[in-house]
Design a protein around this ligand. Structure first.
Ligand code: ADP
Ligand code: MG
Length: 339
């Protein structure tokens, strides 16, 4: 009898050992080209293609809503967006949706945190760069820099205190008629964060390189492997392991134009009113995608020491790529490096 029990136990053990591991659900990918003027990719597991498409569509719809609300160039039927706020500068407060109020409240925090380097009230200055870049791309032979006097005059209308938020009345008012908002430095990261919070766990959402993981790649906790773009193009500069949270890069290779053989990028130092000259690219890794986006822009505008101090205050990690291709990494960034 005892021998029978022993055999039974052995058989159970053997069978137990042979029980196949639960199969990991298949991963699917969806791509959208109409959000934030860039490519959005969503990757993740699902029981079926149809189930994944439903999830991806929900994320798309969330991102599309933020895209329309934060747009400063276009009107959308039935949407009161930041263009409407800019159009009413110096005229009247505008009643806005809670997402605009929250974004702008967060932007005030980022202004303080970055000691004014990330200022969404820089619209008057940034619009001159936007105009010069658009004209320069359309007609490269006659490409020009914005007029320095016009830039200096515009800079007089970038005071963050003229952005007046009235939470009780849900209104935003630009008290300076010549001021305007441009939330390009934080909008994609902010939208990605909100969309990720509402999405199922274990997805990867990338809005034009603003990457957000809503949890590990597999149920068993395997990390995602995320590629960091090489500023010179070609293969990834590095790949890193990420279990969740955000990876955001600001680079001098985005939204550029050329004047007299010199390339000019789109991240503008509020003090000089010119594109900054410290780095080719800065990548920030931290749990919150909106903060990561604000920090990547700020670090791009700061020398290494000041950037490191800011990073430590925020509990984030970063990779800096200098003009000569040399790299700096914060200690935590080194730890998640794969290649
Ligand atoms: P990307 O939009 O390519 O991801 P960033 O997050 O660094 O890169 O944001 C750059 C955008 O932010 C610019 O296109 C412009 O709209 C805006 N911007 C540029 N300089 C500043 C600044 N100093 N403060 C706030 N916004 C800025
Ligand atoms: Mg940014």
């Amino acid at each position: 009898m005892r021998r029978a029990i022993l055999w039974l136990c052995l058989l159970c053990l053997l069978l137990g050992g042979c029980v196949p591991q639960k199969a990991q659900p298949k991963h699917y990918t969806a791509t959208f080209l109409t959000l934030f003027d860039t490519v959005t990719t969503i990757v993740g597991p699902a029981e079926s293609e149809e189930a994944f498409q439903l999830t991806a569509q929900q994320i798309h719809d969330d991102l599309e809503r933020y895209h329309q609300l934060f747009d400063i160039y276009k009107d959308y039927e039935g949407v009161v967006n930041l263009k409407a706020v800019n159009d009413s500068a110096g005229i009247a407060p505008v009643k806005v949706d809670p997402e605009i109020m929250q974004l702008l409240t967060d932007c005030k925090t980022y202004y303080d945190l970055t000691e004014g380097k990330v200022n969404v009230m820089l619209g008057s200055v940034l619009s001159l760069w936007h105009e010069a870049r658009t004209d320069g791309i359309r007609d490269p032979i006659n490409a020009k820099l914005p007029d320095p006097e016009a830039l200096a005059a515009a800079a007089a209308h970038t005071d963050p205190d003229s952005l007046i938020l009235d939470e009780a009345a849900s209104t935003v008012y630009l008290s300076d008629p010549l001021s305007s908002l441009d939330v390009g430095a934080v909008a994609k990261g902010w939208a990605c964060q909100r969309a990720a919070e509402a999405a199922p766990k274990g997805l990867l959402i990338s809005v034009g390189g603003n990457v957000c993981a809503t949890g590990p790649k597999t149920e068993t906790g395997d990390p995602w492997v995320i590629g960091i773009q090489n500023p010179d193009g070609g293969d990834y500069l590095h790949t890193i392991y990420v279990h969740g949270g955000a990876v955001v890069t600001s680079g001098d290779y985005q939204r550029t134009y050329t004047v007299a053989g010199e390339k000019y990028h789109h991240i503008i130092d509020p003090e000089t009113r010119m594109p900054s000259d410290y780095w080719r690219a800065v990548t920030v890794v931290c749990p919150d995608s909106a903060l990561a986006d604000a920090l990547s822009t700020a670090l791009f505008l700061l020398p290494l020491g000041e950037g490191q101090a800011l990073l430590e205050r925020c509990g984030a990690e970063a990779l800096w790529v200098a003009k000569d291709g040399t790299e700096q990494m914060s200690p935590g960034f080194q730890e998640i490096l794969r290649t």
